[in-house]
Design a protein around this ligand. Structure first.
Ligand code: F6P
Length: 341
């Protein structure tokens, strides 16, 4: 078989580890041939390819980003996009696709699969909000980076008697905020799933100052206050429809200063959470996903996505994987709330 590989959406540490595993096993165990499609769905849409052989994947396991490039191109939204992809696959002699991506990329994979394209999906997102899998690679790396940042913020916050806010990624789900906040001993964690009450947040801040320690607040970029409360709104959207990083963190700092009279500053971790080398956990998960994906393609098990269930790598339908986002359940947030204040 000749198999095309692409990576779509926001990049994520571990993408290269997946590509390497797919190609290494695909060539040496099954004798398949590969072609890399550049920049997500833009590659098959415009017929932009690159060689993808054993040589091309040498040394990429620990490297962040993706050697294939990425984009948020959505062929479904482009007139005649699906037919162009089918034509390009046929003319390039490509029998099947392995698409590595998040909700959007896999949503396209599902729709192409329904229209006869042979595709296997691999879940990726640092946000960990994809259904059908317990974890996505990239999440562990992002949580470790954010935890280290929170540890560092504690010491400077205490030296200056300030409230420090750490804004982390998470447009729709607060997994990074929850895990990094718990691991870093944050005094308050604010996530999109639970609109926050600014009066409560300020009470926590004040009670923390009374203990002579400085409060650390971890806020997911998509968190927002309860409806109608203050002028504070969820981060505004940019021209691409994404939450403007720094929006909610900055607004929180201003509001805390105004209400408590204490100095508050915000650190926005932004894309630092996505760049650089993956943790060992993410390298292993990404590698195991890649091995399972090439097995699925080899066996002709298309329309599926590889997933982690417990400690096993399994296959689920692309339908299940893209049906709804996996948000933080109430009980998980309640565990963290015990430590607030
Ligand atoms: O989907 C992952 C994510 O990291 C989100 O948390 C964030 O909103 C988004 O990507 C930002 O990505 P970009 O700046 O590349 O559009």
């Amino acid at each position: 078989m000749r198999i095309g590989v692409l990576t779509g959406g926001g990049d994520c540490p571990g993408l290269n580890a997946v590509i390497r595993a797919v190609v290494r096993k695909g060539v040496s165990v099954y004798g398949h041939e590969f072609v890399g499609f550049r920049d997500g769905w833009r590659g098959p849409l415009e017929g932009e390819t690159m060689p993808l052989d054993i040589q091309a994947v040498r040394g990429i396991l620990p490297r962040g980003g993706t050697i294939l490039g990425s984009s948020r191109t959505n062929p479904i939204k482009i007139e005649g996009g699906v037919d162009r992809i089918k034509d390009n696959l046929a003319s390039g002699g490509v029998d099947a696709l392995i698409a590595i991506g998040g909700e959007d990329t896999l949503g396209v994979a599902r729709q192409l699969s329904e229209r006869g394209v042979k595709v296997v999906g691999v879940p990726k997102t640092i946000d960990n909000d994809l259904s059908g899998t317990d974890y996505t690679f990239g999440f562990d790396t992002a949580v470790n980076i954010a935890t280290e940042a929170i540890d560092r913020l504690h010491t400077t916050a205490e030296s200056h008697h300030r409230a420090l806010i750490c804004e982390v990624m998470g447009r729709h789900a607060g997994w990074i905020a929850l895990h990094a906040g718990m691991a870093g001993g944050a005094n308050v964690i604010l996530i999109p799933e639970k609109p926050f009450d600014i009066d409560r947040v300020c009470e926590y801040v004040e009670s923390r100052f009374r203990t002579r320690y400085s409060p650390i607040i971890v806020v997911a970029e998509g968190a927002h206050p309860v409806e109608g409360q203050m002028a504070l709104q969820a981060g505004e959207l940019d021209a691409f429809g994404h939450v403007r990083l720094g929006g909610i963190g900055e607004m929180l700092a201003k509001e805390i200063e105004k209400r408590t009279g204490k100095e508050a500053r915000t650190t926005v971790l932004g894309h630092i959470q996505r760049g650089g080398t993956p943790t060992a956990f993410d390298r292993v998960l990404a590698t195991r996903f890649g091995l399972q994906a090439i097995d699925a393609a080899h066996e002709g098990d298309f329309g599926t996505m590889v997933a982690l269930r417990g400690t096993d790598i399994v296959r689920v339908s692309l339908d299940e994987a893209t049906s709804e986002l996996k948000t933080v359940p109430v009980q998980r947030y309640a565990e963290a709330e015990v430590f607030f204040g």
